[in-house]
Each structure stands twice: as structure tokens, then as C-alpha cells.
Design a protein around this ligand. Structure first.
Ligand SMILES: Nc1ncnc2c1ncn2[C@@H]1O[C@H](COP(=O)(O)OP(=O)(O)OP(=O)(O)O)[C@@H](O)[C@H]1O
Ligand SMILES: [Mg+2]
Length: 1006
């Protein structure tokens, strides 16, 4: 149980505001304890742990730590993860209960005003929010929550210590089903401080309900109850002289209580009866007595008495009798013995207390009925024990004795449970127990409750003892019996009668008891009818009853797992932000907090299950990080060895490691903190990497997807294209195969294509000249005819274009060329080359002809001149000469000299070779003696010269193209020859045979 000693959160926060767990204090001194508490309190940190025990300091101001958000923060969170809080304890108890399916209780202790009731309310509120809920459960939950204002109205009062002091002890079980739903509740109440009904110390009030009724009660109701809206009017409300308190709003509280009564199923009739009783108590308080001459009590105000009898439904006369006489049995006769005033007052107050006390018990019963869960299935419970706190006044009465006894008893239980738990844990873990020094208050409990020897026994004896017994005689007995007891001290307050014995007896006079048993008020009747009126047995005294009820409570608690909240009161003035060190030190002492701390530390400040220890600190050792695959205990051993723990600093239990000093742990924790940052950075980097990778992967996936889609689109396009191509090719092939047929569906497209294709080809490759007869594209079969037509058309067109482009000069030229062609074509090798060379008018302009020559032949009209090489007839010496053709003759000129004149009429023939040379032989008529023989010349413009000559002299037929040799006449009768041959180089020389040898180069074949 005790859960784990959860302090990791405390470790983390220790440098911030004090230490969250006292167990981790370096030294367990009171000074260190107080200083830590003070440090935290100054920052409004009112909660601190001692292990799983919660220390709470009353802040006397509203802190913003009890809202829904805060509750949600603590739900299901491990104890040590968050700063100490009452919610953490409540949540841990709840989850342990659910997990272990066992019963728990939370013991809230501390002195009056320390905040116990507030704490218990906070826990209840937490469960109301944190547990699963349904409509049905919500009503149970509402009843549990709303039982508080009712019980507080009837059981709490303003005291000097606390404006809302619980004047009864309360133990409330919250029942949970196996699902963890809060399904029911049950309250046990302990000893209500009834004396308050009739008496309040200065500065204190009666129970809240009286003021709430008087201040807040509706007019009608007050009228019905015979009440005045004035607290000062009632004796029972004015003794403390503080009916009105600023911190209390009775009117508002009245409304809350009325509403709460409805929720806890108290119907209107019972509500009326209930307030009838409350009012009757107020009226009773105003019943006054006078004494007659004999000293007997007499009633002086009948109207108040009538209201009482009225409200309680009892006979007024008998009531009056009951308050002023006592019935005594004397030898079987009943004798009425009159009261003194004191006795009458005693009887009156006894009635008031009894009425109120029983009504309170009835209320608790009713609340229990309304919260009861009748489902028989097994439930687990969390008990909340909010008992009245220790209180010490200047004058302490029977109630303080009981209250403080109760607190001692609970302290004893606490010691037993915690010591036991600690020892058991050590035993279970196989660790040697090291005894701890602490004050065990068993001796005090024994002093009070020991049979026959304890204070309660002596008090009971004193109550029974016949004769005159008073508080003083009781005191004497005590001193006599236990004067030597080390913890027994007496104070004699001679003038203060505190009625110890009366209160212990708590007697209600018989006749009054009989009377109210017949009350017409149903609540009263129900409350008192259980008391057997005929029983002669003396009822148990109050102290003895209380002792037994505490014993029972101890048994109830012992059977459950305990959680503790120790409430500390910060100051006596109920001021926020003030910490009274003396007061705190006092509480720390009597609550045994230091002892608890020491027990808790018993040798070892820290213990933790191996798994948990390893889980937290494993990053500190390479062998355990990131995973320890073996047994956790061994992992922890390796880890602490690595950290350098010394053998006496820790012990290995069966399931836990025990660490002796906090400083060892702090060092580990410091290392962990440092390491955590490094780890965080590393993890962060890893995580970022992971994220980036993820992002990259995502992008890649997207890219792949897009790519796939795109490829799909492409593939589809490609497929379509191919299908189309196949179709086209098929069609093409079919067209090709049927191209010879007449135009049909199969070949029409193909033929069209072929036609177009041919025409295109033709267009780009048309012959450029008329001469070009080869370029014409050969047509496909279908176009043979068309092609022929086109060809003709095209040639005609070209011819026309050509013809149109011819000038008169060109025409003359062509006509000359035509003559040349008729003479030489196919005869002389150099002819084809000459065709392209245009003829010119003359090769020597007139300026270049000597003036004298010109003068001589001018009248003959020079038609053409050309430079030639003339070969002598004798030695075939070459001589450059000008040759001039006139209308009538050809002249051979050397400068100014006309060397030879050849009349055309004498020119019998002209011979040239068939080779490429430029040799020309003029055969001149024999008969002319002036002629010097044949003229042998070489001319570069042979074709031009001879064409001109033939045209001028009409000599076309005189020109001969000769092969091999040309005979020449050198002189009359003397012949020679010009021989022609071909060679690599053109040469002209006189051969040995006396002939002129002309070597021509071979004509270049085109
Ligand atoms: N956690 C808290 N936050 C704010 N105020 C608190 C807190 N706890 C207690 N108080 C204040 O202290 C007052 C006294 O608290 P509470 O009634 O719980 O004391 P108690 O321990 O039950 O005393 P008693 O033994 O007299 O019943 C409350 O009325 C409230 O004003
Ligand atoms: Mg209280």
C-alpha cells in the first residue's frame, strides 16, 4: 500500500521552492523541517509530502488550485510526476483501491482550524469530478456532497479557534463499485459536543443552525415556530456575545441548508418537525425559574414553556412538572421531589441537549438512508476521517478531554500503522530493520483508557459512587491514583465548575424522558422511543461509550489501507500569509511529524522498485541505455556500480533499492538532469531527422505517384499513337499492294499520298535549264501520263522563258555560234570547250593598230583583228603578228608594216587540225606570184577568228578539219607539211623531216 515513495517530482523541484518531500531533507532536524515548510508557505505552496503522507498548511485564503483544470491535471497521473497536492493523494488512493480492489481510508488530522474539514470536502469534490458518472450516480454524488452543509449546520459552530469548527467526529465511507463509480456512502458520527447547545464560551457561538433559522427563516416559519428574528432574544445564543460573525453569512447558509435537506430526501413534514425541535430548544433556553420561599424552583414564564410543549407535542403541565420536580421511587411509591433552581436549570439544559443530540443522530441516520446503496455486489470504500482536532483552552472541559483523547488514539493508530508498514516493508525486502527513536503515545492512551486504572474508569467510578461527588472529588481521586504518572498533570481551577461528571453521566430525568417518548413530533418520538423506559440498568457513561466507539473505529481503520493528511494551522488569527513558527513547531511536535519522518527514513531516505529506478536513471549508464534486457535488479546493480555508489550507501532489497542518504540520490538526480538535456537534444535531432525523412519520403511518394500518373498518360498516348500508326501503316501497305488497281477504298488514300508525294518531289527537283534532260523525276505508275504532260509543259515553259530573255546581241552571237557549230561540231577536239565562250567584236582595238596601217587599209573597213603567231615558211620561226580582217582581205601586220595581204579571193582553203591546238593554215592561190606561199599561224581564238572570217569572206565551205598532217606550199612548187600529234605538253617545233611538228594536249573529256 503506502504506494511507492514517490519523490521524483520532488527531486526535480527541490531547487525551486524548498523540497517537495521532507524525506529528502539532508538532515532530519526540526529546524530544517520548519525552514522548508516556511519557504514553501511563503510561495503559497501549502502542500509538502513526507513520503506519501501529505502535510497541509492552512493558507487562510482562497488559492487557485482547486478548480476543474487542476483536478484534470492530477487525474491518473503518477504521484511523483506533479507537485504535491491533495488531489494527488486522493487520486492515488483511488487508483490503488481500483488496482488492488481493497479498502482505504484517509486520516485527516490536525488541530482545530487547521483545515481538516476543508480537506475532506476537497477530496469529495475531487471524486465527484474525477469518477465516472451517470445520472443515477450523480444523485448519489449530490447527496454525498450536500450532506456536508446539513451536518455542518447542525454539527459545526464558531469557536475561538475556528469559525466553522466541527463539533462532532465524522467518518464517511465512499463506496465504489468495481468500475470505480461512486455508488454510495455511509457516515459514522462521533460524540457531538452537546454542551454547546446550552453553553458557549465567550467569543463562541452555538451550532450554526440556530442562527441560520433565526436570521434566514421565512416569516411564516418563524411565526409558526413562535420565534423572533433576533438572536439576542435567546439565552442559548447570547452567552458568547458574538451572534453575528463577519465570516459567516447565516442567511445564505440557511438557503443552502434548506436546499440540501431536500436533496437528502427529508420531506416537508420532517423538515417542519426538525425545525420544530430547533425552535423548541431556543424556547427552552428562555424558560426561566424563580425560587419560592422554600428555595424550590418555579416557572416564571409560561409562554415559552407553552411553545416548547406545542412544538414537541407534549403536555405543557407535565413538561412543567418535569422541569421542576424529580420523580423518586420510595417503597414502590413515586414521590415528586421539587428542584432547586440549579436543579431545574440542569434538567432544562439536559432536555435541550438530549433533544439536540438525538436529533443530530437522527439526521445522520437519514442521510445514510439517502446515500445507501442497496446493491449487494461487492464494493470497495475510501473512508474519510475528519475528526475534531486537538484543542486546548484556558478552561478545558469534558469535551476537550474526549476530543483530545480521540486525537491521541488516532495518533496511536498512525504510529502503529506506519511503523508496522515500514517494518513490514523492510522484512519483505529482506533488509535489516534499524530501530528508530520516536515517542510512542501509547502511554498516554493507556493513561486515559486502561481498564480499572485509566482516567475514564476512575471517572465512571466517581459517577457511580454514592454520596456527594463533584469534579473536585474526582480530581482528588485522580491525583491519588495516578499522581506519579510521568504524563499526568493537574490544574486546580477552584472557581470553574466544568461539570465533568455531569457530562459524563449525561442524565435525563426519568419523568422528562417518559414524557417526550410520547411526543407528537415524529422525530423526537423516533429518537427517544428506542430508549427502554423501564430499563433499570444504568446506561453507559458518555466517556465509556466514546471509548467503545473509538475502539470500533480503530478496528474499522485497521482493516484498511491508510493515507494521511496532516493539517497545520499557520496562525491563531486566521490571517492569510502568516506563519507563526512557534505554533507550527508545536503542531509538528505533537503530530509527531518529525518522528514520522524519522521512521520513514529509518536508515534509508529513499527506496524505489527496481523497474522504476532503472527506468528513470538508465540513461546514466551505457550498459543500461537504452535498454536493459536482463533482470531489473541486476540492471540497477550495474547502474549504481557505474555511478560509483559505495557499499554502505545503498542496499538491494528483494524488489527495491534502498538508498541511505538523500545526497547520494541528489547526485544521481543531478547527473540525470544533465543527461536529460543531452538526451533531449539527441532525441530532438533524431526526431527532426525522422520528421525530415518522413517529409522526404512523402515527397518522394508524391513524386513517384505523379511520375506514375504521367507515365500512364504518356503510355496511353503512346499506345494510341501506335494503334494509329499500325492503322496507318496497315492502310499504307494495303494501299501499296492494291496500288495497281483502280481507285477504291483500299488504295484511294495511298494513291493520293503517292501523287502528292511525287508532285512535291517534282516541285523541289525541277530541271533548271532546257538542256537538262536527266533531272526529271521518274513518276510512279499512276502518274506516268501526268508526268509526261507536265514534263512537256515545263520544258515549253523554260524554252519560252529562255527565248523571251534573248537580246539582239545575243541573237547575233548565237547565229555566229551556229555557224561555228556547223563547221566544227564533232570535228575539232577543242570545239566543245569553246561553245560557252562568247565571241567579241575584235581582239585588238583600233588604237592598238599602227596609224600607218590604219591609214592604208581604212577604206577597206576593218571588221576584226586578232593577235596571232606566224610561223616562217623557211625555218618555221614563230613571229607575233596582228591579223586584221577587212571587207576584202586579211592583213598580217608587224607594227607599221603590212607583211602580207591575203585577198579573200586568193584564199583557196583553210585547214585546221582535229586536235586542240590553235594552228591555222591559209592555203593561198598558186597563181599569184606575189604570194609567198601558205600562211601558217597559231591563234588563241581560233573558232572566233575563223567564224568571223567565214562570215566576212563567205568561206564556210573553205575550212577543213584535217587529221594527222596538213600539206603546205612553202614557195611555188615547194611543199612541206605541218604534222599533228598529241602529247603531254603542247609544243611547236621544226621536225627532223623538215615539217612543222605540232604537239597538242589531249582534249579534256567532259
Ligand atoms: N485549503 C484551504 N484553503 C483556504 N482556506 C482554508 C483551507 N483550509 C482551511 N481553510 C480556512 O480555515 C478554516 C478552518 O478550516 P476547517 O474548518 O477545515 O478546520 P478544521 O481542521 O476542520 O477545524 P476543526 O477541528 O475545528 O473542525 C476554513 O473555514 C477556511 O477558512
Ligand atoms: Mg472541521
Amino acid at each position: 500500500m503506502q504506494g511507492q515513495l514517490d519523490m521524483e517530482g520532488a527531486l526535480t523541484a527541490r531547487d525551486q521552492v524548498g523540497i517537495q518531500d521532507f524525506v529528502l531533507l539532508d538532515e532530519t532536524t526540526e529546524a530544517a523541517f520548519l525552514s522548508n515548510l516556511k519557504k514553501r508557505f511563503s510561495r503559497d505552496l501549502i502542500y509538502t509530502y513526507i513520503g506519501t503522507l501529505l502535510v497541509s498548511v492552512n493558507p487562510y485564503k482562497d488559492l487557485d488550485i482547486y478548480n476543474k483544470k487542476e483536478m484534470e491535471l492530477y487525474m491518473g497521473v503518477n504521484f511523483f510526476e506533479l507537485p504535491p497536492h491533495i488531489y494527488a493523494l486522493a487520486d492515488n488512493a483511488y487508483h490503488t483501491m481500483l488496482a488492488e480492489f481493497n479498502n482505504h481510508f484517509i486520516l485527516i488530522s490536525g488541530e482545530s482550524g487547521a483545515g481538516k474539514t476543508e480537506a475532506s470536502k476537497k477530496i469529495l469534490q475531487y471524486y465527484a469530478v474525477s469518477c465516472p458518472s451517470t445520472t443515477l450516480l450523480n444523485t448519489v454524488r449530490d447527496k454525498m456532497l450536500m450532506s456536508n452543509p446539513v451536518l455542518e449546520a447542525f454539527g459545526n459552530a464558531k469557536t475561538l479557534k475556528n469559525d466553522n469548527s466541527s463539533r462532532f467526529g465524522k467518518y464517511m465511507d465512499i463506496q465504489f463499485d468495481s468500475q470505480g463509480d461512486a455508488v454510495g456512502g455511509h457516515i459514522l458520527n462521533y460524540l457531538l459536543e452537546k454542551s454547546r447547545v446550552v453553553h458557549q464560551n465567550h467569543g463562541e457561538r452555538n451550532f450554526h443552525i440556530f442562527y441560520q433559522l433565526v436570521e434566514g427563516g421565512e416569516e411564516d416559519l418563524l411565526h409558526q415556530l413562535g420565534l423572533h428574528r433576533d438572536c439576542q432574544h435567546y439565552n442559548y445564543l447570547t452567552q458568547g456575545e458574538c451572534a453575528i460573525v463577519s465570516s459567516i453569512n447565516d442567511r445564505n447558509d440557511w438557503k443552502t441548508v434548506k436546499n440540501a435537506l431536500q436533496i437528502i430526501n427529508i420531506d416537508e413534514i420532517n423538515t417542519n418537525h426538525l425545525f420544530g425541535i430547533v425552535a423548541s430548544v431556543l424556547h427552552l433556553g428562555n424558560v426561566q425559574f424563580d425560587s419560592n420561599s422554600k428555595g424550590h424552583a418555579l416557572l416564571n414564564n409560561n409562554s415559552e414553556l407553552r411553545w416548547v410543549s406545542n412544538l414537541l407535542g407534549v403536555d405543557a403541565h407535565r413538561l412543567q412538572e418535569g422541569l421542576t420536580y424529580r420523580k423518586i421511587e420510595a417503597r414502590k411509591d413515586l414521590v415528586l421531589s421539587p428542584f432547586t433552581i440549579d436543579h431545574a436549570i440542569y434538567a432544562r439544559d439536559a432536555l435541550a441537549k438530549a433533544l439536540y443530540g438525538q436529533t443530530f443522530t437522527w439526521l445522520v441516520k437519514r442521510i445514510n438512508e439517502s446515500m445507501e446503496n442497496k446493491d449487494p455486489s461487492r464494493k470497495t470504500v475510501i473512508g474519510l476521517l475528519d475528526i475534531y482536532g486537538f484543542e486546548v483552552f484556558y478552561v478545558n472541559s469534558f469535551e476537550q478531554f474526549c476530543i483530545n483523547y480521540c486525537n491521541e488514539k488516532l495518533q496511536q493508530l498512525f504510529i502503529q500503522l506506519t511503523l508496522k508498514a515500514e517494518q513490514e516493508e523492510y522484512e519483505a525486502e529482506g533488509i535489516e530493520w534499524e530501530p528508530v527513536q520516536f515517542f510512542n503515545n501509547k502511554i498516554i492512551c493507556d493513561l486515559i483508557e486502561e481498564k480499572h486504572r485509566g482516567i475514564i474508569s476512575i471517572m465512571d467510578e466517581e459517577c457511580l459512587r454514592p454520596g456527594d461527588v463533584t469534579d473536585l472529588t474526582f480530581l482528588e481521586r485522580l491525583e491519588e491514583k495516578m499522581g506519579n504518572h510521568p504524563h499526568f498533570v493537574t490544574h486546580k481551577l477552584a472557581d470553574k465548575m466544568t461539570r465533568f461528571l455531569d457530562k459524563n453521566n449525561d442524565l435525563l430525568y426519568r419523568n422528562i424522558k417518559d414524557l417526550i417518548c410520547q411526543s407528537k413530533n415524529a422525530i423526537v418520538r423516533e429518537c427517544f422511543s428506542t430508549v427502554d423506559p423501564d430499563s433499570r440498568r444504568r446506561p453507559e457513561t458518555v466517556a465509556t461509550q466514546f471509548k467503545s466507539s473509538l475502539l470500533k473505529l480503530t478496528e474499522i481503520l485497521m482493516a484498511k489501507e491508510a493515507w494521511y493528511i496532516r493539517c497545520l494551522k499557520s496562525n491563531e488569527m486566521k490571517q492569510p500569509g502568516q506563519l507563526d513558527e512557534t505554533l507550527i513547531r508545536h503542531q509538528v511536535k505533537y503530530l509527531g511529524l518529525m518522528e514520522h519522518l524519522r521512521v520513514r527514513r529509518a536508515g534509508f531516505a529513499y527506496r524505489r522498485k527496481y523497474e522504476i529506478f532503472l527506468k528513470r536513471y538508465k540513461p546514466l549508464c551505457p550498459a543500461t541505455w537504452p535498454h536493459w534486457r536482463g533482470v531489473p535488479a541486476e540492471g540497477v546493480e550495474v547502474l549504481v556500480q557505474h555511478l560509483g555508489y559505495l557499499p554502505n550507501e545503498y542496499k538491494m532489497g528483494r524488489t527495491k533499492i534502498f538508498i541511505r542518504h538523500p545526497r547520494t540520490l541528489y547526485a544521481t538526480e543531478d547527473a540525470y538532469e544533465k543527461c536529460k538535456h543531452e538526451l533531449a537534444t539527441r532525441l530532438q535531432a533524431k526526431y527532426r531527422g525522422y520528421r525530415a525523412k518522413g517529409e522526404f519520403r512523402k515527397q518522394k511518394e508524391a513524386a513517384t505517384k505523379i511520375e506514375t500518373c504521367w507515365r500512364g498518360v504518356q503510355a496511353r498516348k503512346e499506345r494510341e499513337k501506335r494503334a494509329w500508326a499500325v492503322k496507318v501503316i496497315k492502310k499504307f501497305i494495303k494501299g501499296y499492294m492494291t496500288r495497281g488497281q483502280l481507285k477504291n477504298t483500299d488504295n484511294s488514300e495511298y494513291l493520293a499520298f503517292v501523287r502528292q508525294n511525287y508532285l512535291n518531289r517534282l516541285k523541289n527537283n525541277l530541271p533548271k535549264t532546257v538542256l537538262d534532260k536527266t533531272t526529271w523525276q521518274s513518276p510512279p505508275a499512276v502518274l506516268t501520263e501526268t508526268s509526261e504532260i507536265l514534263r512537256k509543259l515545263h520544258y515549253r515553259l523554260m524554252v519560252r522563258k529562255y527565248v523571251r530573255g534573248i537580246t539582239p546581241q545575243k541573237k547575233a552571237q548565237l547565229q555566229m555560234k551556229l555557224v561555228t557549230s556547223s563547221i566544227f561540231k564533232g570535228k575539232k577536239d577543242s570545239y566543245p570547250q569553246s561553245v560557252a565562250q562568247p565571241f567579241v567584236n575584235t581582239r585588238i582595238s583600233e588604237q592598238d593598230i599602227n596609224m600607218r596601217v590604219l591609214q592604208t587599209i581604212r577604206n577597206e573597213h576593218i571588221k576584226y583583228s586578232v593577235p596571232v603567231i606566224k610561223y616562217d615558211r623557211n625555218g618555221f620561226k614563230p613571229r607575233p603578228r596582228q591579223l586584221i580582217l577587212t571587207q576584202t582581205a586579211a592583213y598580217v601586220i608587224e607594227e607599221a608594216k603590212i607583211k602580207q595581204r591575203v585577198l579573200y579571193t586568193t584564199l583557196k582553203g583553210i585547214s585546221v587540225s582535229n586536235l586542240t591546238d590553235g594552228m591555222i593554215v591559209f592555203h593561198i592561190t598558186d597563181g599569184d606570184p606575189k604570194q609567198k606561199g601558205d600562211l601558217i599561224m597559231q591563234c588563241d581564238h581560233l573558232f572566233e577568228f575563223l567564224t568571223k572570217l567565214s562570215l566576212i569572206a563567205n568561206k564556210q565551205n573553205a575550212i577543213k578539219v584535217v587529221q594527222g598532217s596538213i600539206k603546205i606550199e612553202i614557195q611555188a612548187g615547194k611543199e612541206s607539211a605541218v604534222d599533228f600529234s598529241t602529247g603531254l605538253e603542247p609544243m611547236v617545233y621544226k621536225a627532223k623531216n623538215g615539217h612543222l611538228m605540232v604537239v597538242a594536249t589531249r582534249a579534256r573529256t567532259r
